[in-house]
Design a protein around this ligand. Sequence first.
Ligand code: S3P
Length: 174
Amino acid sequence: LIAAHKSRNLIVVGFMGTGKSTVSKLLSQKLGYTGVDTDEEIERRSGRTIPELFASEGEASFRDWESRVIREVLAGDRQVVATGGGAVLREENRLAMLAAGWVVALTADRDTLIRRVSLSAETGNRPLLAGDAAKRVDELLEARRHAYDFAHVMIDTSRRSPAEIAELLLRWLR
Ligand code: S3P
Protein backbone atom coordinates (compact mmCIF):
# COMPACT_ATOMS: atom_id res chain seq x y z
CA LEU A 1 0.00 0.00 0.00
CA ILE A 2 2.76 2.39 0.93
CA ALA A 3 4.68 1.53 -2.23
CA ALA A 4 1.61 2.08 -4.39
CA HIS A 5 1.10 5.46 -2.80
CA LYS A 6 4.75 6.41 -3.25
CA SER A 7 4.71 5.60 -6.96
CA ARG A 8 2.42 8.58 -7.54
CA ASN A 9 5.43 10.66 -8.53
CA LEU A 10 9.18 10.47 -8.91
CA ILE A 11 10.90 13.61 -7.66
CA VAL A 12 14.46 14.29 -8.72
CA VAL A 13 16.63 16.53 -6.53
CA GLY A 14 20.33 17.36 -6.51
CA PHE A 15 22.94 20.05 -6.89
CA MET A 16 23.23 22.10 -10.09
CA GLY A 17 24.93 19.99 -12.76
CA THR A 18 24.02 16.58 -11.39
CA GLY A 19 21.92 15.89 -14.50
CA LYS A 20 18.44 16.23 -13.02
CA SER A 21 16.77 17.56 -16.19
CA THR A 22 18.34 15.03 -18.57
CA VAL A 23 17.71 12.02 -16.35
CA SER A 24 14.18 13.16 -15.53
CA LYS A 25 13.30 13.47 -19.21
CA LEU A 26 14.49 9.91 -19.88
CA LEU A 27 12.62 8.58 -16.85
CA SER A 28 9.36 10.25 -17.80
CA GLN A 29 9.57 8.75 -21.30
CA LYS A 30 10.36 5.26 -20.01
CA LEU A 31 7.69 5.31 -17.29
CA GLY A 32 5.07 6.98 -19.47
CA TYR A 33 4.76 9.66 -16.78
CA THR A 34 4.35 13.39 -17.39
CA GLY A 35 7.65 15.23 -17.19
CA VAL A 36 7.59 18.47 -15.18
CA ASP A 37 10.56 20.77 -14.60
CA THR A 38 9.88 23.17 -11.72
CA ASP A 39 12.32 25.79 -13.06
CA GLU A 40 10.53 25.77 -16.44
CA GLU A 41 7.19 25.93 -14.63
CA ILE A 42 8.33 28.96 -12.62
CA GLU A 43 9.43 30.68 -15.84
CA ARG A 44 6.15 29.85 -17.55
CA ARG A 45 3.98 31.09 -14.69
CA SER A 46 6.00 34.20 -13.85
CA GLY A 47 6.62 35.15 -17.48
CA ARG A 48 10.30 35.72 -16.61
CA THR A 49 13.47 33.74 -16.90
CA ILE A 50 15.16 32.62 -13.71
CA PRO A 51 18.06 35.09 -14.12
CA GLU A 52 15.44 37.84 -14.61
CA LEU A 53 13.58 36.78 -11.47
CA PHE A 54 16.78 36.78 -9.39
CA ALA A 55 17.76 40.18 -10.81
CA SER A 56 14.41 41.92 -10.42
CA GLU A 57 12.93 40.39 -7.26
CA GLY A 58 15.85 38.67 -5.58
CA GLU A 59 16.44 35.10 -4.44
CA ALA A 60 13.81 35.17 -1.67
CA SER A 61 11.07 35.91 -4.18
CA PHE A 62 12.37 33.16 -6.47
CA ARG A 63 12.19 30.75 -3.50
CA ASP A 64 8.56 31.74 -2.90
CA TRP A 65 7.74 30.98 -6.54
CA GLU A 66 9.59 27.69 -6.21
CA SER A 67 7.70 26.59 -3.07
CA ARG A 68 4.35 27.49 -4.61
CA VAL A 69 5.11 25.61 -7.84
CA ILE A 70 6.35 22.55 -5.93
CA ARG A 71 3.22 22.45 -3.78
CA GLU A 72 0.91 22.78 -6.79
CA VAL A 73 2.76 20.38 -9.08
CA LEU A 74 2.99 17.71 -6.39
CA ALA A 75 -0.79 17.67 -6.07
CA GLY A 76 -0.73 15.74 -9.35
CA ASP A 77 0.39 12.17 -9.97
CA ARG A 78 2.23 9.99 -12.49
CA GLN A 79 4.83 12.70 -12.95
CA VAL A 80 8.59 12.80 -12.98
CA VAL A 81 9.38 16.13 -11.35
CA ALA A 82 12.81 17.68 -11.91
CA THR A 83 13.50 20.35 -9.29
CA GLY A 84 16.04 23.18 -9.01
CA GLY A 85 19.16 22.61 -6.94
CA GLY A 86 17.92 24.79 -4.09
CA ALA A 87 14.38 23.38 -3.96
CA VAL A 88 15.38 21.20 -0.99
CA LEU A 89 16.42 24.13 1.20
CA ARG A 90 12.99 24.73 2.69
CA GLU A 91 11.60 22.13 5.03
CA GLU A 92 8.07 22.59 3.64
CA ASN A 93 9.38 21.56 0.20
CA ARG A 94 11.22 18.51 1.53
CA LEU A 95 8.10 17.34 3.34
CA ALA A 96 5.90 17.95 0.29
CA MET A 97 8.29 15.88 -1.83
CA LEU A 98 8.51 12.98 0.64
CA ALA A 99 4.74 12.86 0.84
CA ALA A 100 4.19 12.94 -2.93
CA GLY A 101 6.40 10.13 -4.17
CA TRP A 102 9.86 8.62 -4.26
CA VAL A 103 12.60 11.21 -3.92
CA VAL A 104 15.78 10.49 -5.88
CA ALA A 105 18.93 12.54 -5.22
CA LEU A 106 21.56 12.77 -7.93
CA THR A 107 25.12 13.57 -6.89
CA ALA A 108 28.41 14.17 -8.70
CA ASP A 109 31.95 14.95 -7.62
CA ARG A 110 33.14 18.55 -7.52
CA ASP A 111 35.20 18.54 -10.73
CA THR A 112 32.39 16.91 -12.70
CA LEU A 113 29.94 19.52 -11.42
CA ILE A 114 32.23 22.40 -12.31
CA ARG A 115 32.76 21.01 -15.81
CA ARG A 116 29.01 20.58 -16.34
CA VAL A 117 27.94 24.01 -15.08
CA SER A 118 30.74 26.15 -16.54
CA LEU A 119 28.94 27.10 -19.77
CA SER A 120 25.62 27.96 -18.09
CA ALA A 121 27.50 29.92 -15.41
CA GLU A 122 29.28 31.98 -18.07
CA THR A 123 26.09 32.74 -20.00
CA GLY A 124 24.38 33.88 -16.78
CA ASN A 125 21.79 31.11 -16.83
CA ARG A 126 22.68 30.09 -13.27
CA PRO A 127 22.68 33.33 -11.30
CA LEU A 128 24.02 31.71 -8.12
CA LEU A 129 27.23 30.89 -9.98
CA ALA A 130 27.95 34.43 -11.20
CA GLY A 131 31.56 35.53 -10.83
CA ASP A 132 34.05 32.76 -10.08
CA ALA A 133 31.89 29.69 -10.82
CA ALA A 134 34.31 27.15 -9.32
CA LYS A 135 34.53 29.14 -6.10
CA ARG A 136 30.74 29.48 -5.96
CA VAL A 137 30.30 25.74 -6.49
CA ASP A 138 32.70 25.05 -3.61
CA GLU A 139 30.86 27.46 -1.32
CA LEU A 140 27.43 26.09 -2.18
CA LEU A 141 28.57 22.45 -1.93
CA GLU A 142 29.81 23.24 1.57
CA ALA A 143 26.62 25.09 2.53
CA ARG A 144 24.47 22.26 1.12
CA ARG A 145 26.62 19.37 2.29
CA HIS A 146 23.66 17.49 3.80
CA ALA A 147 20.83 19.16 1.93
CA TYR A 148 20.00 16.13 -0.23
CA ASP A 149 20.33 13.46 2.47
CA PHE A 150 16.57 13.27 3.03
CA ALA A 151 16.03 11.53 -0.33
CA HIS A 152 14.96 7.89 -0.47
CA VAL A 153 17.85 6.98 -2.75
CA MET A 154 21.08 8.66 -3.88
CA ILE A 155 22.91 8.04 -7.15
CA ASP A 156 26.35 9.27 -8.19
CA THR A 157 26.18 10.47 -11.79
CA SER A 158 29.90 11.31 -12.21
CA ARG A 159 30.91 8.28 -14.24
CA ARG A 160 27.55 7.15 -15.58
CA SER A 161 25.56 8.12 -18.65
CA PRO A 162 22.02 9.48 -18.26
CA ALA A 163 20.73 6.23 -19.83
CA GLU A 164 22.59 4.10 -17.27
CA ILE A 165 21.23 6.19 -14.42
CA ALA A 166 17.68 5.92 -15.74
CA GLU A 167 18.09 2.12 -16.02
CA LEU A 168 19.41 1.87 -12.45
CA LEU A 169 16.46 3.84 -11.16
CA LEU A 170 13.89 1.89 -13.14
CA ARG A 171 15.28 -1.34 -11.74
CA TRP A 172 15.11 0.09 -8.22
CA LEU A 173 11.49 1.18 -8.72
CA ARG A 174 10.33 -2.23 -9.92
C1 S3P B 1 19.41 26.86 -8.10
C2 S3P B 1 19.45 25.92 -9.11
C3 S3P B 1 18.87 26.16 -10.44
C4 S3P B 1 17.73 27.18 -10.36
C5 S3P B 1 18.20 28.42 -9.68
C6 S3P B 1 18.72 28.16 -8.26
C7 S3P B 1 20.03 26.52 -6.80
O1 S3P B 1 18.37 24.92 -10.97
O2 S3P B 1 16.63 26.65 -9.67
O3 S3P B 1 19.20 29.01 -10.47
O4 S3P B 1 19.74 27.20 -5.81
O5 S3P B 1 20.83 25.54 -6.74
P1 S3P B 1 19.36 23.75 -11.53
O6 S3P B 1 19.74 22.88 -10.37
O7 S3P B 1 18.54 23.02 -12.53
O8 S3P B 1 20.54 24.43 -12.14
